[in-house]
Design a protein around this ligand. Structure first.
Ligand code: NDP
Length: 336
């Protein structure tokens, strides 16, 4: 395994990090979920990412059970707050002091741990003053319930404002968790330059574009059985955005490049995001342990500039680069 510092902090994390969105407590049975976590541990993954909202809190419970008995100091456990949980009452979401304080306690109890290494704002909350949010995060840190603070899908401007307040309060806002893959590069123009300036590292989600960059979805054909695109519990809706023949044909053009580099297509996708040195980790999901074992081999792989150029040529104009997408993909009002 390769480890990188998370931003300019002293925290090291595994460059391949395991996440359980759409899988634990939902698409994947609990015994398979545990096998995936065990495979991750056996492969040297030490960093695990979840959120209170995944499977409406069940994903945290499954992860907590799967990690039970592991040496806590050898793990980095990350979770998030913002999206509606529980009965989705008016205060069961967002980044108010009330919800942050209540949500961290629920997460710690489900994860069976006294603290998380990183507590992340899952989106920006335009309806709560940023000062209130950052003060609540600072109090969570001072209470020893989280060691560091991170954010997810915040714009460059939001990152700068949050970082400045965190600094005043004496806590570390050290990470950003955006979507980033060969197909989705919207952070390159604004979020990454701001993050470099602030010492913030990226933990990037869906580096395999939810399985699409593994090359298993073929243009003009039905998705393979058991894949996310066939998961009626939520996965199918989420992966739809990439399932059009234009994208799928372009993705097939990556196959010879992966073969030449002696990588599988999924490994190429994970290795690709890790070529960017502002990326601290690629956050991968898995519906079976073999996927973890395969994808982890992308850690430490270097891709030559010439191959990086060929990847760009192969994908052409299906790559999404518009920096405005970061703001567009976050709700303009707090959801209820
Ligand atoms: P990936 O792009 O890694 O997709 C993972 C899925 O792709 C797997 O569940 C599996 O689905 C398929 N897959 C993985 N490896 C292979 C392989 N080698 N061959 C074929 N198929 C493969 O990431 P996710 O979309 O799962 O996201 C990863 C994590 O990122 C989440 O768990 C979460 O922690 C985080 N995240 C954060 C978000 C945020 O807003 N902050 C939003 C979304 C995710 P299957 O087998 O079912 O097809």
């Amino acid at each position: 395994m390769e480890f990188r510092y998370l931003g300019s902090s002293g925290l090291k994390i595994s460059t391949v990090t395991y996440g359980n969105w759409l899988t634990h407590g939902s698409q994947v049975e609990n015994d398979v979920a545990k096998q995936c976590v065990q495979a991750a541990l056996d492969c040297g993954i030490t960093t695990f990412d979840t959120a209170d909202v995944y499977a409406n809190t069940k994903a945290e419970t499954v992860l907590g059970e799967a990690l039970k008995g592991e040496r806590r100091q050898s793990l980095e456990i990350f979770t998030k707050v913002y999206w509606p949980t529980g009965p989705a009452g008016p205060n069961d979401c967002g980044l108010s002091r009330k919800h942050i304080m209540e949500s961290i306690d629920g997460s710690l109890s489900r994860l069976q741990t006294d603290y998380v290494d990183l507590y992340q704002a899952h989106r920006y909350d335009p309806d709560t003053p940023l000062e209130e949010t950052m003060q609540a995060f600072a109090d969570v840190v001072r209470a020893g319930k989280a060691l560091y603070i991170g954010v997810s899908e915040w714009t460059a401007e939001q990152l700068r404002a949050g970082h400045a307040l965190a600094r005043e309060l004496g806590i570390g806002l050290i990470s950003s968790q955006p979507q980033y893959s060969m197909l989705w590069r919207v952070i390159e123009d604004e979020v990454i330059p701001a993050s470099r300036e602030l010492g913030v590292g990226q933990i990037v989600w869906s580096p395999i574009a939810q399985g699409v960059l593994s090359g298993k979805y073929l243009p003009g054909q039905q998705p393979p059985a058991g894949s996310r695109a066939t998961d009626a519990k939520g996965g199918a809706d989420m992966v739809q955005r990439f399932l059009n023949d234009d994208v799928l044909s372009r993705v097939q053009a990556l196959k010879p490049i992966a073969e030449e580099l002696e990588l599988t297509m999924a490994q190429l996708a994970v290795a690709w995001v890790l070529q960017n040195d502002n990326v601290s980790a690629a956050l991968v999901g898995a519906s079976r342990p073999e996927q973890v074992q395969e994808n982890v081999k992308a850690a430490g792989v270097r891709i030559a500039d010439e191959a990086m150029k060929r990847i760009d040529q192969a994908l052409g104009d299906v790559v999404v680069r518009d920096p405005a997408k970061t703001a567009e993909n976050a709700p303009a009002r707090r959801p209820s």
